[in-house]
Design a protein around this ligand. Structure first.
Ligand SMILES: Cc1cc2nc3c(=O)[nH]c(=O)nc-3n(C[C@H](O)[C@H](O)[C@H](O)COP(=O)(O)OP(=O)(O)OC[C@H]3O[C@@H](n4cnc5c(N)ncnc54)[C@H](O)[C@@H]3O)c2cc1C
Length: 375
């Protein structure tokens, strides 16, 4: 039987970052995933300030830039009724650029970071059960691709296995908070029509342009799930052009590759820790994609958990504290019950809700104990 200090299940942004930080702290870490986490996944990939800050602090931003990820220096908000020339525009210049690497780039850089820190990485390992001693989780049982099983022991097992987390089910993680709203998204890749983030809002629909690697931009449109179910996503180009593009003077070129769609799912914040286990990333906190905050939160929580393991803070308390404002705002935005004045106020509230998180991450560099951060 293999023994480690920590086992991390799931090797995308949450899992690789957690494994890297635990290994950097001197722990003997096993990181497993049932698939190849450097392949693309169903997700757009706009990073917010906190996410870029984490990559910078961990020394990984250079690799993201070297992979051809362009800087994003502005965010422009377009508010307007369909087909109108009266779209109102607000552009925010940023002090430091943001980045929106493709997941093939981001997850690969993080996985390399985990390997370089000394974590043992095993792919094709599907965790199906937990080892226990009384109430305590003491490791995992897994099917290994190609045949065989793996049983590995550790005093800490981390579920970083995404929104449909097997780990959360196996440990019976409770629900701290559940959302009701959900928004659907359809997206594809086009020759980049913009160099900054461009967000578009009309009542009942949203869209965005996310400049990314290879001279492309991820162009997405969001809508209530009922519209998605009724087939609106089949016409992303038409929807974008008629509702947003013409009004904003943005033309899409020829789409590269297929459209991808997400039908929507309500947010859920789960109990983050228990005896011998913890959940990070979507496994612990899935949120509506309209916030474009899942990856940023995954990178934040990886570090909060790693610091907690080192006795510097309380992971669950800190995570819940910095998450609560954004949870409420995201719920309102994803509900699509706003008019243009309301969405502007909600987006201002969303921006304000991100500040405590960035302050918290900056304070981690002080190496002092981290208490709660006033929102
Ligand atoms: C349509 C859409 C658009 C989005 N857009 C954005 C955006 O613009 N910006 C943003 O920040 N976030 C966005 N998100 C959210 C973002 O995708 C997630 O928050 C992020 O992927 C969470 O990362 P994770 O590592 O927690 O989980 P995941 O990326 O889901 O990775 C989980 C990993 O665990 C592995 N795994 C699962 N079960 C097992 C098992 N039993 N054994 C072994 N391995 C297992 C899987 O193979 C997978 O590799 C979007 C999401 C969606 C759906």
């Amino acid at each position: 039987m293999d023994s480690y200090d920590a086992i991390v299940v799931g090797a995308r942004c949450a899992g690789s970052a957690t494994a890297m930080l635990l290994a950097r702290a001197g722990l003997d870490v096993l990181l497993v995933d049932r698939t190849d986490p450097t392949r693309d996944t169903l997700s757009t990939h706009a990073l917010m300030r906190g996410g870029v800050l984490q990559l910078e602090r961990w020394g990984l931003l250079d690799a993201i830039v070297a992979a051809g990820t362009p800087p994003v220096g502005t965010t422009t908000f377009h508010y307007g009724p369909p087909l109108s020339a009266t779209t109102q525009v607000e552009t925010v210049e940023m002090a430091a650029p943001l980045y929106a690497p493709r997941r093939t780039v981001l997850d690969g850089v993080l996985l390399d970071g985990a390997r370089a820190a000394g974590a043992t990485v095993r792919l094709g390992v599907d965790v199906t059960g937990l080892l226990r001693c009384d109430d305590r989780v003491t490791g995992v049982e897994a099917r290994v691709r190609g045949g065989g099983t793996l049983r590995a022991h550790a005093p800490l097992t981390v579920g970083a296995d995404g929104a449909r987390s097997t780990m959360a089910t196996l440990v019976g993680a409770g629900t701290v908070r559940r959302g009701r709203a959900a928004s659907a998204i359809v997206y594809g890749y086009f020759p980049a029509p913009a160099t900054g983030y461009e967000w578009f809002y009309v009542p009942g629909a949203t869209a965005g342009i996310i400049p990314t690697t290879d001279g492309l931009a991820c162009v997405w449109a969001g809508m209530p799930p009922a519209e998605f179910a009724a087939g609106r996503p089949r016409g992303l180009e038409v929807l974008f052009d008629e509702v947003f593009g013409r009004a904003a003077g943005v033309a899409l070129g020829e789409r590269q590759g297929p459209l991808r769609g997400f039908p929507g799912a309500p947010a859920v914040l789960r109990t983050p820790t228990g005896p011998g286990w913890a959940l990070v990333g979507d496994a612990g906190y899935f949120k509506d994609p309209l916030t474009a905050h899942g990856i940023t939160d995954a990178l934040r929580d990886a570090e909060l958990l790693a610091r907690s393991v080192q006795g510097e803070l309380d992971y669950g308390r800190t995570r819940d504290h910095v998450s609560r404002l954004l949870f409420s705002v995201a719920e309102e935005i994803a509900g699509y019950r706003w008019d243009l004045a309301e969405i502007r106020a909600l987006l201002r509230a969303e921006s304000a809700a991100m500040r405590p998180e960035v302050r918290l991450l900056r304070r981690l560099d002080d190496r002092g104990p981290v208490g709660e951060v006033a929102a």
